[in-house]
Design a binder for this molecule. Structure first.
Ligand SMILES: *[C@@H]1O[C@H](CO)[C@@H](O)[C@H](O)[C@H]1NC(C)=O
Ligand SMILES: *[C@@H]1O[C@H](CO)[C@@H](O)[C@H](O)[C@H]1NC(C)=O
Length: 495
């Protein structure tokens, strides 16, 4: 082998930065995921102290992206059914095509939840431990959710769906009710594990491959709607003794996520489900979690650092009506939504990503003008709210829609997070005292990813009332990207 002359070996080319494509959503000028005039890195610019210095270090890498999406609930499917053909097509394109948000994951309730119009299951209401009455045709869903799910899949055939149950059938539980918490009875643990397997197979027969499941939605909460209580230890044992072996044998590729509840207890549950001496650890692929206990980014980060091989997946977030303000039910809310709620989504997505999450999942992809339908009166906002009551039906895009898009359109499966700092720090309000869905306005926030083709994507947010000057630099690369991040705006840069 011939050695290269020394002079050649040291004259490595300096990385060349392409021009920078960027997109912006801003409350002040009406930009909504708008494509802006490309920028260049300025080689001669020297940093100023009055600016917000964003620094990207592509050599320090963390987790890889799985994807972004929302839940295709029975309520969303009910609204979808009421829309005319044109609006149905518009909704599907807005979420699942690459001219829309390009969603790549979807959450599916396994039979009814609060965002259904009634309680139902796929078996008899009478005890049927061998599931002889199980409806393998899932007729209820063929009539309601499956048309929506199949239309989404037709636009993005690579969609990854994960199912979540809110409650086993009443007869499997100690309170003999799907509502108000209660516990799975020991004698029906295998029946319930087999129910998951039958549901996965039935959906597969409908052409909908199930990629993953969560064991139980919000296992710590007894609710007036479908709910069921498990402790972390009970979840570990149910997975190790029943659900894990059953799915491993019937559907070995299906991922199993534990917890699926608020970030305040994510580390405690991660320890019980994933620790080296946990008997469920070989079955559990990841931990799903919700946002309702506050920002809690510290807890997500501690969990990710302890179990870096597990997938940490935000699986639900929404605003109950009356959170942040009580302007819902007004015409202005219906048409334009509440700008701060977009910022709250952006802050949570960005903070979760900076803490090791693999993506983010919104709750109902669409609701009606009342924030429903909901069979227990638990009304919520959504990124898209349809007015199906007016003579002329409309789809209304709330700020949450555009804020999710700043991540979902640009961060694709396999993109790897790299280190990014603002003024030398990774500074966000990170504990559980900071309320959920509220953006911290004190500085700009940022997250950065390296795509599979070597491109860098950076998201920058400013939730403050003043425009902020930004100087963006990349370790090992000459030049500075100088731009203004306007008050109440979010930007995505691709270069
Ligand atoms: C189908 O759904 C509609 C409501 O969208 C309901 O009225 C009807 O009873 C359902 N039919 C079946 C067979 O479930
Ligand atoms: C929605 O926002 C636009 C732009 O700010 C405004 O012109 C319009 O009046 C608003 N619509 C309602 C119903 O408030």
């Amino acid at each position: 082998m011939r050695c290269l002359p020394l002079a050649l070996a040291v004259s490595l080319p300096t990385p060349i930065l392409s021009s920078v494509t960027w997109y912006q959503t801003s409350s002040s000028n009406g930009d909504k995921l708008s494509s802006k005039t490309p920028l260049e890195f300025d080689k001669l610019h020297s940093p100023t102290s009055s600016s917000h210095a964003v620094n990207i270090d592509p050599e320090t890498t963390y987790q890889a992206i799985l994807g972004f999406g929302g839940a295709l609930t029975q309520s969303s499917a009910t609204v979808y059914k009421q829309l005319n053909d044109e609006l149905r097509e518009e909704l599907i394109q807005s979420y699942y095509s690459d001219s829309g948000l390009d969603f790549s994951i979807g959450r599916l309730p396994i039979h009814s939840c609060d965002f259904s119009t009634e309680s139902y299951t796929f078996v008899s209401d009478e005890v049927d431990s061998d599931l002889s009455t199980f409806d393998d045709e899932v007729v209820y869903d063929q009539n309601l959710s499956l048309p929506l799910i199949k239309d989404a899949l037709a636009v993005n055939p690579n969609l990854k769906f994960f199912g979540s149950p809110w409650s086993p059938p009443a007869w499997m539980k100690d309170n003999n009710n799907m509502l108000y918490g209660g516990k799975l009875l020991d004698e029906f643990k295998q029946s319930w594990a087999s129910y998951f397997s039958r549901w996965i197979k039935a959906y597969g027969n409908q052409g909908v491959q199930i990629w993953g499941i969560t064991v139980q939605n919000e296992p710590e909460a007894s609710q007036t709607w479908e709910s069921c209580i498990y402790t972390a230890e009970e979840t570990r044992d149910f997975v190790a003794d029943y659900l894990g072996p059953t799915l491993n044998s019937d559907h070995p590729s299906v991922k199993i996520f534990g917890f699926d509840h608020n970030k305040d207890h994510i580390k405690d549950w991660s320890d019980i489900l994933l620790a080296d001496d946990s008997k469920s650890k070989d079955y559990i692929d990841g931990i799903a979690f919700h946002w309702y206990s506050g920002a809690c980014f510290d807890n997500v980060k501690a969990s990710f650092e302890a179990y870096p091989d597990a997938m940490f997946l935000p699986s639900e977030a929404t605003y109950e009506l009356t959170v942040l303000d009580d302007d819902e039910s007004t015409e202005e809310w219906l048409v334009n939504g509440t700008y701060a709620k977009g910022e709250g989504y952006g802050y949570d997505i960005l903070g979760d990503l900076e803490s090791g999450s693999v993506g983010w999942t919104d709750w109902n992809i669409v609701l009606d003008q009342d924030g429903g339908p909901n069979h227990v009166g638990n009304y919520c906002d959504a990124a898209v709210v349809a007015d199906v009551k007016s003579e002329v039906m409309t789809l209304n895009y709330h700020p949450q829609y555009y804020y999710i898009g700043h991540f979902s359109k640009f961060l694709k499966e396999g993109a790897v997070r790299v280190k990014s700092t603002v003024n030398g720090e990774e500074e966000m309000s990170s504990d559980c005292v900071w309320p959920y869905g509220k953006c911290d306005e004190k500085t700009v926030h940022t997250t950065a990813f390296l795509g599979e083709e070597g491109g860098i994507t950076v998201v920058v947010m400013n939730c403050g009332d003043d425009d902020k000057e930004m100087e963006l630099t990349v370790e090992g690369v000459d030049g500075t990207l100088v731009n203004v991040v306007p008050a109440h705006s979010i930007q995505t840069y691709v270069f």
